[in-house]
Design a protein around this ligand. Structure first.
Ligand code: FES
Length: 161
C-alpha cells in the first residue's frame, strides 16, 4: 500500500502523522496485515493453562483480528497455541476453559490431540486420502517471555489465504 505520508528514519525530522492516518479504513486494514500479523502478540500468562490437560480458548485481539485460538497444555511443560477453528466445517472446537485429554468438535465429532493433530472422524473410514496434514488444527509457534505467552502470527496470514 502507498501511504501519503513519510516517516523519516532520522527522529530529529519527525512530524506528527496526518489525521487521515487514524481515519482511513484502508490504513487500518493495512496495519493488520503489515504490523499485527507480522509480529508476536502477547496473549496472556502461562497460568491460563496451569496444569497438564488444561485447555483455554480465547479470541485474539477481539474486535480487531478477532481470531479464535486455543491454548492447550499437553504435559506439565508443553504448551501449544492452536487455531480453535475445526478443520471440517469451521465450528469452534473448544468453547470454554477446562480439563480435556482430547479436543473433540461438538458439531460432527472430529477428534484432535492436545497438540492439534487429527486423530479421528466418525463415518470417514471410506474417505480417500484422509486424513492429510491439513486436517490437523493449525499450530502457531509459541514463545515464552518469563510467564508471558506470545504466538507468532505470520503463519496466520498464510493459513487464512
Ligand atoms: S465442524 Fe468440526 S467435526 Fe464438523
Amino acid at each position: 500500500m502507498d501511504y501519503n505520508f513519510k516517516i523519516d528514519v532520522d527522529i530529529t525530522k519527525a512530524e506528527t502523522l496526518p489525521a487521515s492516518f487514524y481515519r482511513d479504513p484502508e490504513i487500518f486494514e493495512a496495519l493488520k496485515q503489515d504490523v499485527f500479523y507480522k509480529t508476536w502478540q502477547w496473549i496472556g500468562h502461562e497460568n491460563s493453562v496451569a496444569s497438564a490437560q488444561r485447555t483455554h480458548p480465547f479470541i485474539l485481539l477481539d474486535g480487531f483480528l478477532t481470531e479464535p485460538m486455543l491454548l492447550t497444555k499437553e504435559t506439565s511443560e508443553k504448551i501449544h497455541c492452536l487455531t480453535n477453528v475445526c478443520t471440517h466445517r469451521g465450528n469452534l472446537v473448544v468453547d470454554k476453559s477446562g480439563r480435556n485429554k482430547k479436543l473433540i468438535c461438538g458439531y460432527h465429532g472430529r477428534r484432535f490431540g492436545l497438540d492439534g493433530s487429527f486423530e479421528h472422524m466418525p463415518e470417514f473410514k471410506e474417505a480417500i486420502e484422509f486424513p492429510r496434514p491439513c486436517d490437523d488444527l493449525h499450530r502457531f509457534p509459541l514463545r515464552k517471555w518469563g510467564p508471558f505467552l506470545l504466538p507468532d502470527l505470520i503463519l496466520l496470514l498464510i493459513f487464512r489465504s
